[in-house]
Design a protein around this ligand. Structure first.
Ligand SMILES: Nc1ncnc2c1ncn2[C@@H]1O[C@H](COP(=O)(O)OP(=O)(O)O)[C@@H](O)[C@H]1O
Ligand SMILES: [Mg+2]
Length: 267
């Protein structure tokens, strides 16, 4: 492989040797084994890899939800280990599984989330309205989450991640389980979040077409470690010699594995 590309300018996130081992009664599982990652401010960066690669564990560590067992990171200007509260105030995280209470309305969820970020009652109400307007959710705010479609729920989950106006938004498999129309809407939403709000987006996906469509920069992770990174065009050129090749061919050349290419494939 040719020389690695230069690091992107103005990083908003920098991880070095980030690692996580889980201890189970039956032994230990090394989910992430030393990830180095640099994310440019204002970019959409895709963490791409097959199921079990360590994407969710990496994202949860960067979002302060899980303590690393090795390495560290600086996120939005603060050290992940020394100052997790400062990091948490400046990021949003949308988990793979979601977490909406089906009996709560979107407004209730958004106001509660804003209050957790220490906004006053009045500020929280205003913020809920503003974020809902940004994301096209205004007409749905007073419906219980359980009555929303899968795509609408996902949009509300993204709104919850944006309620504190974060510098970095972490999205874990944002379109898994969505029908093709809702998936296209979500892609559009990610583009608007970056362009309209200037938020940096780090998204995990096992869909090559998703990484190809959305990400300026793709980091391929496999077996808990970074195996390649670059723009989609870069990766295609380096792996196959053809910048217009499908990202699937580059992925196969770089990992020796076939990823899930079908958006309707089971996770
Ligand atoms: N809490 C946990 N306890 C034990 N093993 C875990 C835990 N979370 C993740 N793992 C393991 O770590 C590996 C990476 O998982 P994960 O980060 O969820 O991958 P991905 O998101 O890329 O599918 C898998 O082998 C998974 O089984
Ligand atoms: Mg995952």
């Amino acid at each position: 492989m040719s020389t690695p590309p230069a690091p992107p300018p103005d990083p908003v996130l920098r991880a070095r040797g980030l690692a996580r081992t889980f201890r189970l009664r039956t032994g230990t599982v090394t989910a992430v084994r030393g990830v180095d990652l640099t994310v440019a401010r204002g970019s959409v960066t895709g963490l791409l890899g097959p199921n079990g690669a360590g994407k969710t564990t990496t994202l949860r560590m960067l979002a302060t939800l899980l303590r690393p067992t090795g390495g560290t990171a600086e996120v939005a200007g603060h050290d992940l280990l020394r100052d997790p509260h400062a990091v948490r105030a400046r990021i949003g995280h949308v988990s793979q599984s979601g977490g909406l209470d089906p009996s709560c309305t979107g407004r209730e969820e958004l106001v509660t989330q804003a209050r957790l970020h220490r906004l006053s009652r009045a500020e929280a109400r205003d913020r809920a309205e503003a974020v809902a307007a940004d994301l096209g959710l205004t007409g749905l705010l007073d419906r219980p989450a359980g009555t929303l479609s899968g795509g609408q729920r996902r949009r509300l989950e993204v709104a919850l991640g944006l309620v504190n106006r974060p510098e970095v938004l972490f999205l874990d498999e944002p379109t898994t389980g969505l029908d093709p129309g809702s998936r296209a809407d979500l892609w559009d939403l990610v583009r608007r979040i970056r362009a309209g709000l200037g938020t940096t987006v780090l998204l995990c996906t096992h869909y090559l077409d998703e990484a190809d469509a959305l990400a300026d920069r793709v980091v391929i992770i496999d077996g808990g470690t970074v195996v390649a990174e670059g723009s989609p065009t870069d990766l295609k050129r380096r792996a196959t010699g053809d910048p217009s090749a499908p990202l699937q061919d580059a992925f196969l050349a770089l990992t020796g594995r076939a990823p899930a290419a079908d958006p309707l494939a089971l996770p």
